[in-house]
Ligand binder design. Structure first.
Ligand SMILES: *[C@@H]1O[C@H](CO)[C@@H](O)[C@H](O)[C@H]1NC(C)=O
Length: 449
């Protein structure tokens, strides 16, 4: 009786993605600024910290150095199914610079692409901004402005230095919680996560054919995604993705849709987005090395979310470089006018690019993005290469077999043969991105227009 009682009391503690005890988890500190007033003159420093996502961490058997997951395969003894695996395996603390190539210093975060560690080679990373050691910093973007400086000069074709927001839960998931970077979700309903909602994703797992570290499980993790910045030194995009429900929603198999499913448009989220990429909109001389926004030097990126309450009317963008404010350019594609994203602008893009599907509107468009934003979102900073489409959707002609003169096909100067991960990893291991000087506050409070 006592044993039964004890085991039922203890069960919730051991089940569900717990943390191990071999390496203390110490989050790198990173400050940012909360602004009020106008013109960036009244900003208070906030002491934050960052955490690396759980998927990058060492996962091993409790009280034992045996791996639960190695390369792109699970240990079938420790992980015969989702429930057993969740009970048997724990997540470890991280060596941020040594293993993951992530270093924070005062108000900056630098992410290196390839890091040769003592046990393995790490490729890219994904980190979240935290409020304290066990909860993510939540941002309510509507009516506010998010500003940061970025150095993309060391990011070649095929890489994506992404700064964005997703509607994750502030406490993360499982017993390990936000402290160990759990709870990720986004508009692709990712199925490459080893754990979702505190439970392993081993059932149905298929190791990737071209990624030594990744695979795809049967479960996926969906939520609204607001891509403030997906970029390298050649191209960049500002992209909201809509979802049927604002916060975390689990999905199963190909019904997840997105990048990881055979049926891209079958899921509850919009995997494509309503993207504002100046090059794709015909303004090919705007962004890049030596162009109007010169990517050989750092610059400031300002994004304004015009609206109030649960209503988001417009997403506006400015850049600041060498003390000069630069507006987002006017599109040069026939049928699309306006240099900011609105529902009408997305409708015009849908028509002008004549795409077969426009999932952004199928999942509620700007109105559903607004619901995600109003819920509160977590800031993600990442660096990645693309094992599915070589990042050509961002920086080259895509689809690669389409006529590049057709509106919407050309997205950047990169060759259609570029961006192949094994090539990018061997040719540009030292690529890196630096995000810094983050400021947040009501519209007009973070910079002088
Ligand atoms: C798998 O895990 C078991 C313990 O659950 C361990 O005995 C075995 O050595 C592991 N196998 C590998 C290949 O790591």
């Amino acid at each position: 009786m006592l044993a039964l009682l004890l085991s039922s009391l203890l069960a919730p503690l051991v089940a569900g993605q717990a943390a191990g005890t071999y390496q203390t988890e110490t989050h790198p500190k990173m400050t940012w600024k909360q602004c009020s007033g106008t013109g960036g003159t009244n900003c208070q420093t906030v002491n934050g910290e960052v955490v690396v996502d759980a998927n990058w961490r060492w996962l091993h058997v409790t009280g034992d150095y045996t791996n639960c997951y190695t390369g792109n395969k699970w240990n079938e003894t420790a992980c015969p199914n989702n429930d057993k695996c969740s009970q048997n395996c724990v997540l470890e603390g991280a060596d941020y610079s040594g293993t993951y190539g992530a270093t924070a210093g005062s108000d900056a975060l630098t992410l290196k692409f390839v890091t040769q560690g003592s046990y393995s080679t790490n490729i890219g990373s994904r980190l979240y901004l935290m409020k304290d050691s066990s909860s993510y910093q939540m941002f309510n973007l509507i009516g506010n402005e998010f500003t940061f400086d970025v150095d993309v000069s060391q990011l070649p074709c095929g890489l994506n230095g992404a700064l964005y927001f997703v509607a994750m839960d502030s406490k993360g998931q499982g017993t390990a919680g936000a402290k160990y970077g759990t709870g990720y979700c986004d508009g692709q309903c990712p199925r490459d996560l080893k754990f979702i909602n505190g439970k392993a994703n081993v059932e149905g797992w298929k190791p990737s054919s071209n990624d030594q570290n990744a695979g795809v499980g049967n479960r996926g993790s969906c939520c609204t995604e607001m891509d403030i910045w997906e970029a390298n030194s050649v191209s960049q995009a500002l992209t909201p993705h809509s979802c049927d429900s604002a916060g975390f929603q689990e999905c199963t198999g190909d019904a997840c849709g997105g990048t990881y499913s055979a049926t891209r448009y079958a899921g509850p989220c919009d995997p494509n987005g309503c993207d504002f990429n100046p090059y794709r909109l015909g303004v090919t001389d705007f962004y890049g090395k030596g162009k109007t926004v010169d990517t050989s030097q750092p610059f400031t990126v300002v994004t304004q979310f015009v609206g109030s309450g649960s209503s988001l009317s417009e997403i506006k963008r400015f850049y600041v470089q060498d003390g000069k404010t630069i507006a987002q350019p006017e599109p040069k594609v026939s049928g699309i006018t306006g240099n900011s994203i609105t529902q009408a602008w997305c409708d015009a893009q849908n028509k002008a690019f004549q795409e077969d599907v426009y999932p952004f509107n199928d999942h509620g468009g700007m109105a559903s993005v607004a619901k995600g934003l109003q819920r509160g979102m977590v800031l993600v900073m990442s660096l990645w290469d693309d094992h599915y489409a070589n990042m050509l959707w961002l920086d080259s002609n895509y689809p690669t077999d389409a006529d590049p003169s057709k509106p919407g096909v050309a997205r950047g100067d990169c060759a259609t043969t570029s961006g192949e991960p094994s090539q990018v990893e061997s040719q540009s291991p030292n690529a890196q991105v630096k995000y810094y000087n983050i400021k947040f506050g009501p519209i007009g409070s973070t910079f002088k227009q």
